[in-house]
Design a protein around this ligand. Structure first.
Ligand SMILES: [Fe+2]
Ligand SMILES: [Fe+2]
Length: 241
């Protein structure tokens, strides 16, 4: 067991953060596997289909790292737990719109937030092993984020992407929930001592989410012709603008 020098509530907080991340990585693996299929059916360039397959494989590796860390901090993780993968895009959209919706939500939004979080965590790692895991995750998540931007750039010249604008608040809501922006906090959630163990204190989580949206996601979407008015209103309303 690692982290035995820490107060038990803090160690438990770290262990449960890594267990939660394991679950997120398993879901990401299943999502990329399905996206690879959808991209193929949508006639996307082979390079993007291949990138989705590779991303699924990356997420499998990430899940293993997260499970090992959760276990080492004292939270057992079942590695073969099955994943229920919901479709996040509304059924009212066409197949090609749903494919684009999932790629934008999973890659342009969620993976970009992960990149911001990992960039903050990597230099604060308290051990060589933690640094190596965070480095590997960061390198891969950057590529996963690019898959979404590349697909958006691929479809934008030939299909309308403006429909995404009205759904952006739902995507932000889902990513904010996944990025653990809880409304009720325990004292452990804001402890700076979380950082060397690869876990962000809550206050930093909020500001990193806000800056990823402001500096990368909103400008990127606008550049491809996606209207961001409703998303910017959502961010303002939640104090993240
Ligand atoms: Fe990952
Ligand atoms: Fe990823």
């Amino acid at each position: 067991m690692v982290g035995t020098e820490l107060p038990a509530p803090l160690r438990q907080r770290i262990a449960s953060a890594w267990r939660f991340r394991h679950h997120v990585e398993c879901e990401a693996r299943a999502r990329f596997t399905r996206l690879a299929l959808w991209l193929e059916q949508a006639g996307a360039p082979d390079a993007l289909v291949e990138l989705a397959h590779r991303s699924a494989e990356d997420e499998r590796r990430h899940a293993e790292h997260c499970a090992a860390l959760a276990r080492d901090y004292g939270a057992p993780v079942s590695e073969d737990a099955s994943v229920e993968l919901a479709e996040i895009a509304p059924r009212s959209l066409t197949f090609s719109q749903r494919t684009l919706y999932e790629l934008v939500a999973a890659c342009c939004v969620a993976e970009t937030v992960s990149v911001g979080v990992l960039m903050r965590l990597r230099p604060a790692a308290g051990s060589e092993r933690m640094r190596a895991v965070l480095h590997e995750l960061l390198q891969d998540e950057v590529v996963h984020s690019r898959l979404g931007w590349a697909y958006l750039a691929h479809v934008a010249p030939s299909e309308s992407v403006t429909f995404l604008g009205r759904f952006l608040p739902d995507m932000l809501e889902a990513t904010a929930a996944e990025a653990s922006l809880p409304t009720s906090l325990s004292p452990q959630d804001d402890a700076p001592a979380l950082l060397p163990h690869g876990v962000l204190p809550h206050a930093e989580r909020r500001s990193l989410f806000a800056s990823a949206m402001r500096d990368v996601v909103m400008p990127g979407l606008e550049q491809h012709g996606v209207p961001t008015g409703p998303a910017r209103e959502w961010l303002e309303r939640h104090g993240l603008g």
